[in-house]
Structures are given as C-alpha cells and as structure tokens.
Design a protein around this ligand. Structure first.
Ligand SMILES: Cc1ncc(COP(=O)(O)O)c(C=O)c1O
Length: 437
C-alpha cells in the first residue's frame, strides 16, 4: 500500500528522528506537521487550516500548489527531468527570454542556479571578472545566504560562523531610521548612512570596488526599508568608484513589493545585476542571476556549470510563475493588499504600546516589537508569544531582525481582502492579550 510519509509519523516521532538524523542547527518554529498546501492556506495533519502569512519563508509567491504552476511543472517532469545544459532544451531559453522582458532595461543575460546563495556567489564572481577588482561593500543587517562568499557579505553575526571569511568585504549601515546608528533623524540627517559608503570605500578598501550588494528591503534583517534617497546616493558612489550594483531580490523579487517586478525599482535605480531565488520557483528549488550583456561577456573565457541549474523542470516552473503573475495581475494585488495591510498596521502601531514601528512595501511587511514605545527596548519574547497565539488562531507568521523582535508578514500574492483583514484582526487580538499578561 502506498502511504504518504507524513501520515505515518507523529510530530513527536518526527522531532525525535530530526534530533537523531538531522543537523541540530536546523531551525524550527513549531513541532507541527504541515501536510497540504492550497493557495494562501496550509493544513496540518489534523486537518487544521492556517493562512500562511509568511509564504513558507517567502518562497511561495503565487500560492501553494497553484495549478497554473504545478500542472506545467508536472507535465515537464513526465517528459524529461534532466539532461544538463550540456544539451539543448527549449525551456531554458524560453524562460530566460521571458525573464529579460520583466527585468529593468539592459538586464538581459541569465544563469540559473538552485538557490539564492549560489546566485549571490555567481554575482560576486561576475563582478570580480568584469571589474577586475576584488573588494565588496555590503550592508549591516543583510542576509545573502550560507555559502562562504554569501555568508561573508551577510551583515548579521547570528548568521555568520567563526570562519576565515573571504578577503575584502566591508559593511555599511542600511537605512534603519528607527534605530539610526548615527543618532540622527531623517531627513535632517542628509541620509548619512548612504553617504558613509564613500568614506568606507576611501578608508577601508583600495579605493576601487568590484561591487556593492544590497537587498532593496532587508528580509531576515527585519524588513528594513531605507529612505527614498538611499539607493540613488549609494548607486552614484558605487559608479564613481568603478563598482557594479547588485540587487539581491531573493525576497523582494517577483512582484512582492507591489506593482513592480523588482524591489529596487521603487528607488528609481537600475542595478547592473539582479540575483533571485525563493518566490521565483514557487516552492521548486530555483535561483538565478540576470546581468547586462557587458558583464556576461566577462565570463566568455571561462567554463561555468551548475549540475541542476537550468534543468527543464525548474525552468518550466519558473516560466509558469512569471506567466501566472501576469495573467492574474498578482503584482497589482500585492499593492492593493499591501496598502490594506499598511493601513491596518499603522493603526496597530497607534493602538499598541508594544508595536514600535511598521515598515515595508506591498506584501513584504514588518512590525518591530518592543517593550514600549518610549524605551524601544527589543522584545523578542513578545514575538515568540505572538507567533504561538497567531498559530492557535490559524495564522502563521515569521520573525526576523538582529534581536528577532520583528514580526514578518509576507503572504502569497494571491491573498484577498478577507485574508488581509484576518491578519490585522488576529494581530490586534494577539497584541491585546500580550499587553494584558
Ligand atoms: C535576501 C536573501 N538572499 C539570499 C538568500 C539565500 O537563499 P537560499 O537560502 O536559497 O540560498 C536568502 C534566503 O535564505 C535571502 O533572504
């Protein structure tokens, strides 16, 4: 008899087996079996239904098992699963051609990987080859992955190990106005955090850089979105010192920020490279880099290969995601629902002393949770409790930030008015309970 593995093991059994057989650093939010997904909802093994307010860590862009993505992916799987890019297959070029149509102008040439960290590793390599420089500037509070270069560029000690890191990577402050490291106030600060880049290049590097890498809105960092001038200023400095601008869109890509394909487009800056993953495959492992033709040319002399990168199945899924977003106008829905959430979240900030600030764009939103507004003391214990109380009410949410004190709300792009209202109402109820206890 064919049995689904999840039906044969209880959460306790899975927990014990994870302890025995899985690396102990594997994170978990809750010991619960999630066995089914359907658009914006998931179900546990007892049949309980949850609104997935965190999209399985921002990987489910259009909806769990969205038939417009699942069906063409399964069809491809039945035909041919893999032959590597050593042979031709139409899916690779069809997807790359489609991607070029939704990229900011000039970004045309792609290479596909299986994950975001591989995409960032490749982007760094491309930047080095193109500029013939080796030094990089990244942002504090950033997250770029867990391979060596990606971890080196990551700006949070909790995501770094004690390693001999890649030489030549420096970090500057993101536009984190709620906790400005300079003790200044926007706009009288003259966006000092962005201008710091010039000094860092002058004093901490050889005076030339290969690249500057940034998430337009920091994800794991706690949904930090900089002031409107931040990326214009940093872009100009990057160009002045000969570097390329890499936009890490692993979380902000694919329409999540509302009405635009890429987060960086909200800042009016055209990057030289975009790296992507997560929502790109709607659950299928898929990542990639898209860059200008000139940057791509710097790789002509060298062979580059990724065993599963560009395989027909993930290419079918990737293409289906882009088409699905277009067909259903999900990018605009991200804006509409994002605005609805924003209005509700602004009210939560006004009504609750533990909600310090609301940040974000579209369906990438964060609520920074504090002991009270006056002290701004971080309160990760409240976030942990809020996650549990939300789960008990049928809502899954995420957390982030250096102190793990930011609630992250990033639901699939297919959510409705009723879902947005449910998120706001549930959080309101949960914050009231926490404040009373
Ligand atoms: C902004 C950002 N970049 C890169 C990564 C690394 O992606 P992956 O886990 O697919 O390697 C992540 C997530 O983990 C991310 O959030």
């Amino acid at each position: 008899m064919h049995m689904k593995p999840t039906e044969t093991l209880t959460p306790d059994q899975i927990g014990q087996m994870r302890d025995e057989y899985i690396l102990p650093s594997t994170m978990k939010y809750f010991p619960m079996n999630i066995v089914k997904g359907e658009m914006q909802f998931v179900y546990d093994d007892k049949g309980n239904k949850y609104l997935d307010g965190f999209s399985a860590v921002v990987t489910i862009s259009v909806g769990h098992c969205h038939p417009e993505v699942t069906n063409p992916t399964i069809e491809q799987m039945k035909n041919l699963q893999h032959m590597t890019t050593l042979y031709y297959h139409p899916n690779l070029v069809r997807y790359a051609e489609k991607l070029a149509t939704v990229m900011p102008g000039g970004l045309k040439v792609s290479f596909f990987t299986n994950s975001g960290c591989e995409a960032n590793e490749l982007a760094a390599l491309l930047a080095k080859n193109y500029t013939k420089q080796t030094e990089f500037v990244a942002l504090r509070h950033s997250f770029h992955g867990r391979t060596l270069m990606a971890m080196t560029m990551t700006g949070q000690s909790k995501w770094r190990h004690s390693l001999p890191y890649v030489f030549g990577v420096t970090h500057i402050s993101p536009g984190y106005c709620y906790r400005c490291p300079f003790g200044l106030k926007y706009p009288s600060c003259n966006v000092a955090c962005a201008r710091e880049l010039e000094d860092v290049i002058k004093y901490n590097t050889s005076g030339k850089i290969a690249a500057f890498i940034a998430e337009p809105i920091q994800g794991f960092g706690g949904v930090i979105d900089p002031p409107k001038e931040y990326f214009e200023i940093t872009y100009d400095i990057v160009k002045k010192y000969g570097g390329v601008f890499i936009s890490d869109e692993v979380q902000t890509g694919y329409g999540r920020t509302g009405d635009k394909w890429w987060g960086i487009e909200h800042w009016g800056v055209k990057p030289d490279m975009i790296t992507m993953a997560k929502g790109m495959g709607n659950g299928i492992p898929l990542g990639g880099v898209t860059c200008t033709k000139e940057i791509a040319e710097s790789m002509r002399e060298k062979v580059h290969f990724n065993t599963y990168g560009g395989n027909p199945v993930s290419m079918a899924a990737g293409l289906a995601v882009v088409e699905c977003i277009e067909r259903n106008n999900y990018m605009h829905n991200a804006k509409v629902q994002g605005d609805r959430l924003a209005a509700g979240f602004d009210k939560l900030v006004r009504d609750h002393k533990i909600v310090g600030e609301h940040r974000g764009k579209g369906l990438m939103r964060g609520l920074e949770i504090v002991k009270d507004k006056e002290s701004k003391e971080v309160a990760p214990q409240h976030v942990q409790r809020a996650m549990e109380l939300c789960k008990d009410r049928g809502l899954l949410i995420g957390r982030g930030g250096m102190a793990a004190n930011t609630i992250r709300i990033k639901p699939p792009l297919c959510i409705t008015n009723a879902d947005s209202d449910f998120i706001i109402k549930t959080l309101d109820e949960v914050f009231t309970i926490i404040e009373k206890s």
